[in-house]
Structures are given as C-alpha cells and as structure tokens.
Design a protein around this ligand. Structure first.
Ligand SMILES: N[C@@H](CCC(=O)N[C@@H](CS)C(=O)NCC(=O)O)C(=O)O
Length: 302
C-alpha cells in the first residue's frame, strides 16, 4: 500500500510487530495509549473493542487537552476502559518515547502500542496497529477478519481515497496560511463527501455487506466533522447531516456500541478547542451545533 500524503499529521517512527517470536504473547503485555481528541488513536480504541481484545490489550486514555508537555497520562480520561498508566513514574506521553528510545527527538504522538515486558514502543502508526490487532484476534480468538483477503484491494482503495481526498485536505484547509490553499482543500473535502454519499447509496458499509477496517477509519474522522472540523477548520459548506447516505451510514455505525461507546463529543471538542497546537486561541468551546452524541451528526433544533 503506497504511503499517503497526510500533512499536519505526525509522521511516525515505530513500525514493529506486536506478536513476533521475540515477544511471546500474554494477556495485558501489550498496552495502548490514546486520547479522546485524536481520530487516529480513536481507530485503535474501536478495533480493540470490536475485535473483543479488551481483556487482552490494556488501555490508558490520556487527558484530551494537549499541552506543551504533551498528552497528560496522570490526569487521564476517566472511564472503566481507561486504566492507570502501567509504567512507573510516567506522567506524560513524551516520557514513554524517552524511556523507549533514549534521546528520541521526534513527535510524541498517540496512538502508541507499547510492550510492558520489554518497556519499548512497538508501533505508533494507527493503520498498522489496527491491522495487527485484527491479525491477533483472528489468530487468538478465531474472529472474523475486518481486513478479509478477498476484499483487501477494495478496502485499500477506499483507505487511500479517505486519506488523500478527505483526511489530508481537512488538515491542509484548517492549517492553511493563504486563500488558495484553503480553497483548493475546501473543494477537495466537499468533493469527496459528494462522491462518498453516492458510493453509500447501494451498500451498507464501504466495502460491501460487512464492516471492515475502512469503516473504522471513516467513522473516526466523519464523527468529528459537524462538531469540530466545520467550525475549527472552517469546512462549513455543509454539515454531514445534509448528505442522506452518509448520515444513514453514520447512524448504522453509531448503532454498534463498539463504535458509539468510544465517541465522547464534549471531551473531544474541549480537546480540540483548548489544545495548544490547534488554530484557535482556546478561550472557549463553541456551544453549537447540537450533535447526536453517538454519530456526531449535527441535529437541526426543532
Ligand atoms: N500517522 C499517525 C498520526 C498520529 C497523530 O497525528 N496523532 C496526533 C493527535 S491527532 C498527536 O498525537 N500529535 C501530537 C504530536 O505530534 O505532538 C497515526 O495515524 O497514528
């Protein structure tokens, strides 16, 4: 699969495998670190739940407001799913990178897949982590793969389109420093939504009748569109609720607890509008639009 052109998104440095000879598997040896703000980390939370790996893979969800000290693990997100950080003395994510690779100078991003036995980061690229969790669930639990071989080419095509025609332009528009860059990416985003709405006319999920990994990727960015990207990145031509097939698709996914239970719109929004590296002074969190908490779709007040 060709690498993608995702600007403003952290390029990652850790691409190892979780279940290799050198790291014999045991429950809770592997640990995920995420944040409710991050759509990429969100992918790994949904995969962990959907693939029934919650007793096997540990999880700590950092506080959703990122400061110059990085993601805060001491003030972690409070939920039955979010366990205390298993690494002694660590309070912020950059410390995990330092502990794992002395002198590490890259970005300290989430998600992180960590090995609590050898105390090293295995992987910090969400798409790779999701695929590895899928392989683990198929091998260990005999679970149906969310990346089934007969559909891999189709899934890869959708993943590529999602990354290059929607996700990358969202960040390029939101962080653009001139009208032309903003305009070109604004057009790409709404062009993609029009195409996606057509694609979802005849199928319940992006690769057909079954949920696959591309639906996880799509849900994580689409569920942030109406409540965050519309205002924060000025992608304000339409709300997703004005695309009938995309809306029906998002409500279908939101009816699956393993998707909707991982979405916390208020916490996510507070993260975006208060974090130090977002295009907003962070004085307040916009009150509108009213959104459905399970799909993130804007609701037109009656
Ligand atoms: N390519 C990475 C992107 C991860 C990423 O950009 N995470 C952001 C939050 S959405 C982050 O932690 N940024 C913090 C930083 O880089 O300091 C993936 O898909 O996992």
């Amino acid at each position: 699969m060709k690498t993608n052109e995702l600007c403003h998104v952290t390029n990652t440095a850790f691409h190892d495998r979780l279940d290799s000879e050198s790291r014999p598997f045991k429950a809770k040896r592997y640990w995920l670190f995420t944040s409710k703000l991050c759509p990429f980390a969100h992918r790994t939370e949904i995969a962990r739940k959907l693939l029934k790996l919650t007793d096997i893979i540990g999880l700590t969800i950092a506080g959703s407001i990122q400061t110059s000290k990085g993601w805060n693990l001491a003030d972690r997100y409070q939920s039955p799913d979010s366990a205390p950080c298993p690494i002694d003395g660590v309070t912020h994510v950059p410390e995990i990178y330092q502990r794992s690779t002395l002198g590490y100078s890259g970005r300290a991003s989430v998600p992180i897949l960590f090995d609590t036995t050898s105390n090293i980061i295995i992987n910090n690229e969400s798409a790779e982590i999701v695929r590895q969790l899928d392989e683990l669930a198929v091998r260990l639990l005999g679970y149906r793969s969310l990346y089934p071989s007969p559909y891999r080419d189709l899934i890869d095509q959708h993943l590529q389109q999602l990354d290059n025609k929607f996700i990358a332009p969202i960040y390029r528009a939101g962080f653009s420093q001139d009208q032309d860059t903003y305009h070109a990416n604004f057009e790409q985003v709404f062009g993609y939504l029009k195409t996606l709405d057509q694609q979802l006319k005849s199928v319940p999920y992006l690769a057909g009748e079954q949920i696959t990994i591309v639906d996880i990727h799509a849900y994580c960015h689409l569920s942030r569109f109406d409540s965050v990207y519309h205002a924060l990145y000025h992608l304000n031509l339409n709300y997703l609720s004005s695309y009938p097939n995309i809306s029906a698709y998002m409500l279908r996914l939101a009816n699956i607890a393993d998707f909707a239970d991982t979405l916390d719109v208020q916490t996510m929004k507070a993260g975006y509008f208060h974090s130090w590296n977002q295009p907003t002074p962070g004085y307040f969190v916009p009150e509108g639009p009213i959104v459905d908490p399970r799909s993130g779709l804007a609701i037109t007040p009656q």
